[in-house]
Design a protein around this ligand. Structure first.
Ligand code: SF4
Length: 595
């Protein structure tokens, strides 16, 4: 066995602890130097350093560290030979690397922090793999020699010799606005090598946004602009890192069609995505990335899309007999959960209307009951926030009336990160008193695994971490209805499933209600008991149905999208039928868009 020891730099704070790891490590106690400090003279600048060659993997330091900064993992010795990259001593490392294929969309599926972006950066030639030699970087010749006899060798050789042109859609699209000071049209023109830039932009619904400055665009517009920019480059290999975030289902499907079209032109495409419906719809083949987030990631062999998603949900890769999660995820049937909703109504309104200059919303009569999770589906800009503001009593309808208003705790779609303090302070503010030692810790903090983040500064959180903190902050406020706009954004598949189940349990267990707006169909399928469907013309007029049962609501919604869903036999997850396939035609004839 080989030891992987990872020390999280922003959690390890020797000046604030009693060096418990060093004091209790049995090898140190025997006079050895298994754990040392990186800077003996100044503990404020030091972190723990673990010698992986002598560590016996007992895990005592993991339990003793008060900040949960240490991870120790025992892995098979043979895996060490497949190490592709390591960021430093006691830092993240990646094993194996996938190979792009022409005319094919290859999907990467794995948790946040498991190395997907590292993979894309290596494949794109932005990061030279160091084979684990972080203090003695190998030359390109050594790297290529290391991979001799494998398919990846040819790709890395082409990258090293700059024979391969790469277009990449980065994950953090908001950074574009920080580095480019111009309009969408100007950005597109700068990178449009194929002449298709404006064509893609129009298809992605950006025709009215292109004349605006990039820093004025919404997250969804920025996301689609970044997809159009990458798609319009004349490249051999196209990499898309999370192209779905901020987009509604209509926009996600169009992004998927654009990406498929690129592969149809004979190009190689690789995609990282956490929306399972889209990943399933888009990918021809897939790799699972498994391991321990932040510590190590292993890229599996290539698999069919269906096998990869099902094995990911199972937590078990059958071809190599590896279990990487101790529990399997299974989707419930379309109607489960409804029997646990109580009779008591927490909000109720008649048919209401609300208008603003240039926009009008009409919502059919509806009510929300205790214990109920109402899912909201539909395109962006149809008035979902307007409806929520009226439910909360902040705005009044122009016509119609509310019988009951409720206290709403709201989590917005776009999260504010400009907060100087740590997570503990933010959560305590939301809770109204100190979160530490409170009854909310076992109820909310522990299931969402947030205790470890208490000392982190909110500004430095990753997108996924910030989302989980925002969900917890929303639930910590005392309210009747917890309203969350796109809670799935930036969460990985595992966290999406965990959060969806947690919200269901919390709402039913605490006798509260929730309204969840989301564009990830798996998330909606898991979290919602009933649905409100929004239709209309984005930005001009919106129409909201009353609360429909999930089957009826999904059917209506999917009919508007002209897509049908079936259930996977093994995992029971919803899957989009191929357009015009036998099943698609048959379900449409029967009017069954959702099963
Ligand atoms: Fe020491 Fe390794 Fe045990 Fe940690 S896991 S206490 S470093 S021997």
């Amino acid at each position: 066995m080989h030891r992987i020891a990872v020390v999280e730099k922003d959690l390890c704070k020797p000046k604030n602890c009693s060096l418990e790891c060093i004091a209790f490590c049995p090898l140190n106690r025997d006079g050895g130097k298994c754990i040392t400090l990186s800077n003996e003279a100044d503990r404020s600048k030091a972190i723990a350093v673990i010698d992986e060659d002598i560590c016996n993997g007992c895990g005592i330091c993991v339990k003793k560290c008060p900040f949960e900064a240490i991870t120790i993992i025992n892995i098979a010795e043979e895996l060490e030979e497949r190490k592709v990259h390591q960021y430093g001593q006691n830092a993240f490392r990646l094993y194996n690397i996938p190979v792009p294929k022409s005319s094919t969309v290859v999907g990467l599926l794995g948790r946040n922090g498991i190395g997907k972006s590292t993979v894309l950066n290596i494949i794109a030639g932005l990061l030279k793999p160091n084979l684990g030699r972080y203090d003695d970087e190998p030359s390109w010749d050594e790297v290529i020699e290391h991979f001799k006899g494998t398919a990846v060798k040819e790709h890395l050789k082409a990258v090293a010799e700059k024979r391969i042109r790469v277009a990449m859609k980065p994950q953090q699209v908001y950074l574009i606005a920080k580095v480019f000071n111009g309009t969408g049209k100007e950005l597109l023109a700068r990178y449009d090598e194929s002449g298709y830039g404006e064509h893609y932009a129009k298809r992605l619904g950006l025709h009215e946004s292109l004349d605006r400055y990039v820093n004025e665009l919404s997250g969804g517009e920025l996301q689609r602009l970044a997809v159009a920019v990458a798609a319009s480059k004349d490249a051999d290999l196209y990499l898309f890192d999370e192209p779905s975030s901020y987009n509604d289902v209509y926009q996600r499907l169009e992004v998927a069609r654009v990406i498929n079209e690129i592969a149809g032109k004979g190009k190689s495409v690789m995609i990282v995505e956490h929306d399972l419906t889209m990943l399933d719809y888009l990918s021809d083949y897939m790799h699972i990335l498994y391991g321990e987030p932040g510590a190590y990631g292993i890229v599996s062999d290539v698999m069919s899309t269906n096998t990869a998603i099902n094995e990911f949900l199972q937590g078990y890769i059958s071809s190599i007999n590896v279990r990487f999660r101790d529990r399997a995820f299974r989707f419930d049937s379309a109607t489960s959960g409804e029997d646990l909703i109580m009779e008591e109504v927490v909000t109720e309104y008649s048919r209401i209307e609300k208008g603003y200059p240039g926009f009008r919303l009409v919502a059919d009569a509806a009510m929300v009951r205790k214990g109920e999770v109402v899912g909201i589906v539909g395109a962006n800009a149809l008035g979902k926030t307007t409806l929520m503001r009226m439910i909360a009593g902040i705005d009044r309808p122009d016509a119609g009336a509310f019988k009951i208003n409720s206290r709403i705790s709201y989590k917005p779609q776009y999260l504010e990160q400009d907060y100087e303090y740590d997570v503990r302070t933010l959560l305590s503010e939301a809770y109204g008193r100190s979160i530490e030692g409170s009854s909310a810790e076992p109820l909310i903090i522990e299931p969402l695994r947030l205790r470890k983040m208490y000392d982190k500064t909110v500004k430095n959180l990753s997108g996924g971490e910030l989302q989980k903190v925002a969900i917890a902050a929303c639930l910590l406020r005392d309210a009747d209805i917890y309203a969350m706009d796109e809670p799935s954004a930036f969460l990985d598949v595992e966290d999406r499933i965990t959060i969806a189940r947690f919200i269901q349990r919390f709402v039913k267990g605490q006798g509260r209600s929730a309204i969840i707006v989301d564009h990830d169909m798996h998330m909606v399928d898991m979290v919602a008991d009933t649905l409100i469907v929004f239709t209309g013309t984005p930005g001009k007029e919106g129409y909201a149905t009353g609360t429909l049962n999930k089957r009826e609501g999904m059917n209506l919604f999917l009919k508007g999208l002209d897509i049908t869903l079936r259930r996977d036999e093994e995992s029971n997850r919803p899957r989009i039928n191929k357009m015009h396939s036998r099943l698609d035609r048959m379900q449409k004839e029967k009017g069954i868009y959702y099963i």
